[in-house]
Design a protein around this ligand. Structure first.
Ligand code: NAD
Ligand code: WQD
Length: 338
């Protein structure tokens, strides 16, 4: 039975991936410093799976503590989620983002090298396609980014390419997520942002549950059919299953490589499409105002999913209605989060 180290495993996407890993028979070790997640997640994962993860409250910046985790458990592969992720905040405190995300990753890579663990699945993002590429985004497009957060993803992808070029044992899957939303259908785990949500779906669900008065829709004058921005929303359970496919491929491979894969639905929905679908799933009216455009938003993007379909044998199975239903199930059962 393979043992997987999941960094950031108590976070939104990490927690859902831990559930799928346990259910598919993997052993799971989690390191997280809990800067953006709750220790309650460990109990919730147990409640869903009736199995336990090995949880270590460890900061990736702490080489010695991380090294102890590798000493204690024989790790076969790492899924690396841990990082700071708020685009707007990253423009205010870029050095914190560079320190946490870049130094944290470098520390992890050094420890992995020390223990000869070379399999890694890395959480990258569609933000690495920047604002100049045509849509749909294809893995071979040139990379750039418009925020310090996004640049940490571009740089980490480059670190991993360079590591492989210097030592061909590095075997890496770079997963570029589009817009992850939704929650586990049990309602035990979901997205629980601190403070005012930056992202659309958690904002809508907090309006639905009465925690916020109304949604601001950032612009209705984009060159799209209804004037609001188009994004490629993906259910977090489909996303988690993409990690399992990537992991299986890494573990089975005889020739280590660094490969990038888009994880998205391959089509776009507008902000108004999401609002309407959420109203239908929840039976709640979502009050909104049209507000000015948000700095840095681009009109529309979605994934080309051919490579992940052909090489990972993966595609999404859950619809926008499923994403809204599961988000509402989580939010209504946990109105104040964990
Ligand atoms: P999240 O904030 O819920 O989870 C990240 C976890 O990492 C948190 O539990 C946090 O406590 C932990 N962490 C942060 N810095 C750490 C450190 N130095 N040491 C140990 N733990 C640390 O975020 P998420 O939405 O689950 O995202 C997971 C990953 O996916 C991130 O790398 C993010 O950039 C990437 N990603 C997310 C999205 C999205 O929209 N959610 C989209 C694309 C990519
Ligand atoms: C979606 C749409 C907003 C909030 C971000 C990151 C990206 C990736 C995913 C990490 C946009 C509109 C939003 C609101 C709104 N994360 N909106 N009112 O910006 O596509 O992507 O998360 O890698 O890097 O940039 O997602 O959910 O913030 O916005 O009208 O209160 O909803 O303008 O059109 P985004 P989002």
């Amino acid at each position: 039975m393979k043992r997987i180290l999941v960094t950031g495993g108590t976070g939104f996407i990490g927690s859902h991936t831990c559930v799928e890993l346990l259910q598919q028979g993997y052993k799971v070790v989690v390191v997280d410093n809990l800067c953006n997640s709750s220790p309650e997640v460990v109990n919730r994962i147990h409640a869903i799976t009736n199995q336990s993860i090995e949880f270590h409250k460890v900061d990736l910046l702490d080489y010695d503590s991380l090294s102890q985790v590798f000493k204690q458990h024989k790790i076969d592969a790492v899924i690396h989620f841990a990082g700071l992720k708020a685009v707007g905040e990253s423009t205010k405190v870029p050095l914190n983002y560079y320190h946490n995300n870049l130094t944290g990753t470098l520390t992890l890579l050094r420890v992995m090298q020390e223990y000869s663990v070379f399999n890694m699945v890395f959480s990258s993002s569609a933000t690495v396609y920047g604002d100049k590429n045509p849509i749909p985004f294809v893995e071979t497009f040139p990379l750039s980014s418009t925020s310090p957060y996004g640049r940490t993803k571009v740089m980490i992808e480059q670190f991993l390419q360079d590591a492989h070029a210097s030592d061909s044992r590095w075997n890496v899957s770079l997963l570029r997520y589009f817009n992850p939303v939704g929650a586990h259908p049990s309602g035990f785990i979901g997205e629980d942002p601190n403070g005012v949500p930056n992202n659309l779906m958690p904002f809508i669900s907090q309006v639905a549950v009465g925690r916020r008065e109304k949604l601001q829709i950032f612009g209705d004058d984009y060159p799209t059919p209804d004037g609001t921005c188009i994004r490629d929303y993906i259910h977090v359970v489909d996303l988690s299953l993409g990690h399992i496919k990537a992991l299986e491929k890494l573990i089975a491979s005889t020739k280590p490589t660094v490969e990038a894969y888009n994880l998205g639905a391959g089509n776009g929905c507008s902000v108004l499409d999401v609002v309407r679908a959420f109203e239908k799933s929840s039976g709640k009216k979502i009050n909104y105002d049209i507000a000015p455009r948000r700095d840095g938003d681009i009109a529309a993007f979605y994934a080309d999913t051919k490579k992940s379909y052909q090489e990972l044998d993966w595609r999404v199975e859950r619809s926008l209605d499923d994403m809204c239903r599961d988000t509402w199930n989580w939010q209504s059962k946990n109105p104040n989060g964990y």
